[in-house]
Ligand binder design. Sequence first.
Ligand code: HEM
Length: 536
Amino acid sequence: GTPENRTPTGAENGAPPTVNAQHGEYLTTAQGARLRDTDHSLKAGPRGPTLLQDHHFREKITHFDHERIPERVVHARGAGAHGVFTGYGSATDVTRAGFLRQGKETPVFVRFSTVLGSRGSADTVRDTRGFATKFYTDEGTFDLVGNNIPVFFIQDAIKFPDIIHAGKPHPDREIPQAQSAHDTFWDFVSLHTEAQHHTMWNMSDRGIPRSYRTMEGFGVHTFRLVNEAGETTLAKFHWKPKLGVHSLTWEEAQLASGVDPDFHRRDLYDAIEAGAFPEWELGLQLFPDTPDETFAGIDLLDPTKIVPEELAPVQAVGKLVLNRVPSNFFAETEQVAFHLGHLPPGIDVTNDPLLQGRLFSYLDTQLTRLAGPNFHQIPINRPHAPVNDMLRDGFHQQAVHAGVAPYRPNSLDGGNPFPGGDDAFLDLPVTVAEAPKVRANPVSFDDHYSQVRLFWQSMSPVEKEHIVRAYAFELGKCYEQAIKERQLRCLANIDPVLCAQVATSLGLPAPEPTVPLATVEPSPALSQVGQEWPPD
Ligand code: HEM
């Protein structure tokens, strides 16, 4: 690779360079002893039993026996690529983050994924897609761990095991392997109605992208930006693909699943190797950091809501180009570990209760998936900024730390606290309210239908037809009639025509809304937007 986007060797961090286990002229054991024959085990005569003393045989088989690591608990199937991000300088008023400065180039690694399928599942199934980006910035790594859908199923991270248990294959038959066509999924989303917005995005053409290159990406949560003067602005991150947003039709998606289950990863790698580098612009929606953390009546801490671009335009702040295929799938795509807490100075979190829980979950799961606390030393995870932490020892330690005093204060080694004001995890002028300890959501999270309705109303006739067919197909796979009926009641709360059409396809009567439609009308600002959509 080029110097800008090479995999870091770690040598610059004081760690030994990456192990290169494939050099030298001859085959060897793991200890470097040359091998004359790796095709026959050592036996007591050509017809005799294999000898325990055959260390080469045992090393080869033992290592093979331990080749697999656990797949990710979600987003197991994915494809990654290297690239470079270039800042436009247009965000410097709102954030001090150095990688957004004009002309600044930062190496990146991006991993796209489906959510529910296992590592071997097909690419083109109906699902949400992950869009996770690791920016190796000079000020420490920034991970933007987003999806191709701007809202999420749940408002509170404590519900994540519930939605994933409901969405993963049935525990008894492990069917279906990767889709939302089953009882537990529809049982959950029809009972836990805040999931209805994300579900409709899944049932729309967004659930079956044409290519990773033609997907948008969203940070979903609202983040808090901090500028040089210490002023804060709330922001949502967007990736806009240069090729525009395109989807497959359902028939194409099904055919591709059979003909080429690797359809999306092949497309990504073929494009890069042909020099047709995939490109996205990074954009920000910006909102004043007011005490109520709302904009146009929308609670910015509610991850089941969007802010329409007509109300808060997406402002381009930089460009991402993917230009290099990984050289080893396991080392890079499989071992990469993203984390929302990997933030550079100038980007901070908000109290979105989904975001807050994610801050815990990723490191926690990676401790198991990557076997211990030192996976930040794996080449793909190594920061490009100098590292001087006080973390020591542990399984798979690669570094040989030279100092003797991994504690503070000390009078023996260097590595003093940074004296400037430019560090990460700054104290912010944000008030954390004195409030009683509660297990509850804000009341503003209670509206589960108005934005789903807005989404439906914004669709063109053909897109609406696709949505109806998707609900009919996926719900049609449910065995329990009561679940189909309950989901139809949710659709009745969204739109009577939608509900009637899906009900007809399922051969069931269309129920009446359970929430009076008048109470799910969007706020005045939003109803205006609804009428303007689609822009053409
Ligand atoms: C993995 C996105 C919510 C837990 C991922 C990945 C993405 C992602 C893109 C794949 C990362 C990769 O390629 O390695 C999102 C988005 C969310 C969300 C956009 C909501 C806005 C949550 C929540 C939790 C969670 C609420 C838990 C409380 C996990 C875990 C993994 C994962 C455990 C596997 C990580 C690994 O093994 O490395 N998520 N996620 N996610 N997510 Fe989320």
